[in-house]
Design a protein around this ligand. Structure first.
Ligand code: HEM
Length: 435
């Protein structure tokens, strides 16, 4: 690692104020070097450098401590595999996210959003992350896996995902080998991984027992069909199948639940935006957009984008350098760890004026400059579930504001909890029936 970069920070300031710490990184240069426990990470802080890293996924391959921990649960599936295996796996899962599939998922998302809000009563205090996790997990299991949802399966999946997500930062920061020591934190982490894989194995088993509709297969069915196909080049082993299914459950539940929770928090602080959303909903003949998850010019879409800008769930995504390269004029050798984070860019006034303010209208007729909006990553490894997530978030937003008014309960903003995502710790809100 070159010695020319300022060495800043350590674990403590990151734990104390993760958002402030990450947003402040550009003050230390376009490429800020962090020392986090045993590792040294260089974080790109300009749109150009972010694009250089994200577009060249051969030189900046999946790796580094974040993805090492992801592999504990997910093996080498589409989100965690090296560049050499990625294109084949991405092609395999991509059909589950096409427009026609998203149109099929939409009624399920609406029904689940209504189910969530129908369970509330006037004046109730809501544990927001618990509510949003139940919603996104139900949606993922019903749309992508089409499996039956017993309360037992749901509770087990939510609890295991939460334990795993909460354990990731500690596992990232432990010195090599320490994750295998017989400590309670390590045991909880390993048990959660085993539990989640067992839940998924039972879902796979159940799905195999039902007809696999080859015309419109869900994600799990298309993977099973590939597994069973005569074309052995695309064949997946049982372990790979579980790795992929676990990837979608892990990548697609806590991320969306975190985004929703922050969005509800922001709305509770902005009652006028809730009113404007209600006016928009009342005025609109609920016409489903032709291209699900794309910008339909609505305030609803802008609110979701603005919440995703201020509170991007994925906060630090690492890469391993695979061969000698130059980044920002500085040489990097094989094995060096580089990372990107949405926060240094999303909270920079140069790209988003008045960056700390919640202003959904900043998105009116605006596409962000390349490399400035990184909530869903970028380049060949960008989020394959991006539009699925947009659809899921707007469905929940519409169902909530149509029937309820969100009110803050606690003084001051919630503190972010540093896990695999930055979720609002202990966030509670009051819901008032909207008449
Ligand atoms: C608000 C919700 C979401 C956020 C913020 C989010 C964020 C991200 C980010 C930042 C990446 C790129 C990671 C990197 O560069 O290393 C990513 C990749 C991925 N996401 Fe999402 N995601 C969300 C929802 C979803 C959903 C709903 C699914 C699936 C149903 C999903 C599946 C994936 C997969 C499979 C990848 C790996 C793609 C690849 O490497 O080809 N995500 N996500």
């Amino acid at each position: 690692m070159p010695g020319t970069l300022p060495v800043i920070g350590d674990v403590w300031p990151l734990l104390r104020d993760p958002i402030g710490f990450l947003a402040d990184l550009p003050r230390h240069g376009d490429l800020a070097r962090l020392r986090l426990g045993p590792m040294s990470v260089s974080v790109v802080c300009t749109p150009d450098l972010a694009q250089q890293v994200l577009r060249d996924d051969r030189t900046f391959d999946k790796g580094g401590p974040f993805f090492d921990r992801m592999r504990d649960l997910l093996g080498e599936a589409v989100a965690t595999c090296p560049h050499s295996r990625h294109r084949r796996l991405r092609r395999l899962v991509q059909p589950a996210f096409r427009d026609e599939q998203l149109r099929r998922y939409r009624p399920v998302m609406r029904a689940e959003a209504e189910r969530l809000t129908d369970s509330w009563s006037d004046g109730q205090r809501i544990d927001v992350m618990a509510a949003t996790m139940a919603y996104t997990t139900r949606v993922a299991l019903r749309t992508l896996f089409s499996v039956s949802l017993t309360e037992e399966r749901l509770t087990a999946a939510v609890s295991d995902i939460e334990t795993w997500v909460a354990g990731v930062p500690l596992q990232m920061l432990l010195p090599p080998g320490a994750g295998r020591l017989p400590l309670p934190a390590n045991r909880h982490y390993r048990d959660a991984i085993a539990g989640l894989r067992a839940t998924i194995a039972s879902a796979v088993e159940e799905r195999r027992g039902r007809p696999l509709d080859a015309e419109e297969p869900d994600l799990l069915a298309s993977m099973i069909i590939t597994q069973d196909s005569a074309d052995r080049s695309g064949r997946l082993s049982d372990t790979e199948l579980i790795d992929h299914a676990a990837t979608f459950l892990a990548a697609g539940t806590e991320t969306s639940a975190t985004a929703l929770a922050w969005m509800f928090h922001l709305l509770a602080l902005h009652p006028q935006v809730q009113c404007d959303l209600r006016t928009e909903l009342a005025g609109q003949e609920r016409r489903a957009a032709d291209r699900p998850g794309h910008d339909d010019g609505s305030l609803c879409h802008r609110v979701v984008l603005e919440a995703l800008r201020l509170h991007a769930p994925a906060w630090l995504l690492t890469r391993t350098v695979t061969e000698h390269t130059i980044l920002d004029g500085i040489p990097f050798e094989e094995g060096a760890v580089v990372a990107y984070s949405p926060y240094p860019l999303h909270r920079d006034a140069a790209y988003f004026p008045d960056p700390r303010a919640f202003r959904p209208d900043r998105w009116t007729d605006r596409t962000p400059e390349p490399g400035t909006f990184l909530t869903f990553g970028g380049g060949p490894r960008s989020c394959v579930g991006h539009r699925f997530a947009m659809l899921e978030l707007t469905a929940a937003l519409r169902a909530v504001v149509a029937a309820w008014e969100l009110q803050p309960l606690d003084a001051g903003p919630p503190r972010p909890r540093l896990g695999a995502t930055l979720a609002p710790r202990g966030l509670r809100l009051r819901v008032r029936a909207h008449t």
